[in-house]
Write a protein that binds this ligand. Sequence first.
Ligand code: NAP
Length: 304
Amino acid sequence: MYYDIIVIGAGPAGMTAAIYARRAAKTVLVLEAVNYGGQILNTPDIENYPVEAHISGFDFAAKVYEQAKALGAEFVFEKAVGICEEDGKKVVVTTKNRYEAGAVILATGSENRKLGLEDEDKLVGRGVSYCATCDGNFYRKKVVAVVGGGNTALEDALFLSDLAEKVYLIHRRDSFRGEETNVNRLKEKGNVEFVYHANVTRLIAEKRLKAIEITDKLDGSVRTIELNGLFVAVGRVPENQNFASLVKLDDSGYVVAGEDCHTSCEGIFVAGDNRTKTLRQLVTATADGAMAATEAVKYINNIG
Ligand code: NAP
């Protein structure tokens, strides 16, 4: 099946690209491995996107999805595993099918970075989580820890502090990458304990996680914290591995591209958190979607 534009990834960047491409009257397929929405689904309350002072990530994603669908974008839930070129067309290969396109937009976003601790994978769903919005409810009146110092960790800690009895916020430094407003809000909470200069160095479990060991980076001392849940929010890694043979990636795995969203491969564009950029925010993701679609439309019109 041929589409003018295939968008890989149905996060805010990909779905915005679909909206722009449909408004330029191009046929559009959006391929998504799991569910539409992407990383923004993990944000309980978006406060920095123009127009709405408060909206949940879930509601935001649902609105953009409905908008793209209403404009005629097709969504197929299959994981794209590669792209090749045949007879001047791009062929996107998924786990189930092959789809042809004039242009492709990579909007694959990023996945959770892990701590890399023994048994971390085994304990997912048994005390270890990467999504406070999804799993926070299981920890009502319990003791949890959040590890990380970016916006995600701060927002997770805030969200959990309204549910849990106690929240430890464990960060490897004593200053945060995330917004000062949220740090201040957390300081006002009576049930949040900041643990600075510390790394989580061991997960202690029987059937479920029951404690963590943290190591102080300054003096090497080791402390055990008994808890019910550990929320890991130590950043994300771009999901570009499947396209590395076609487009140039930087040393950290991001697709190398400027504000025009062009990649090193003609006819392949990139939008959102998986490209090289200085500010990864919802507003820059949607801006990328608009730009990538506009450039993809120009490209198709020129080759057509
Ligand atoms: P991030 O900003 O990259 O922060 C990751 C944090 O984890 C950093 O504080 C880092 O420490 C720490 N870290 C990294 N590897 C670690 C390890 N192995 N062990 C312990 N700590 C580790 O990631 P993020 O918070 O997921 O945010 C990603 C992007 O999305 C950011 O640009 C963020 O602003 C954006 N975001 C925005 C919003 C919003 O606008 N509402 C919400 C969520 C996320 P160091 O600081 O020491 O490097």
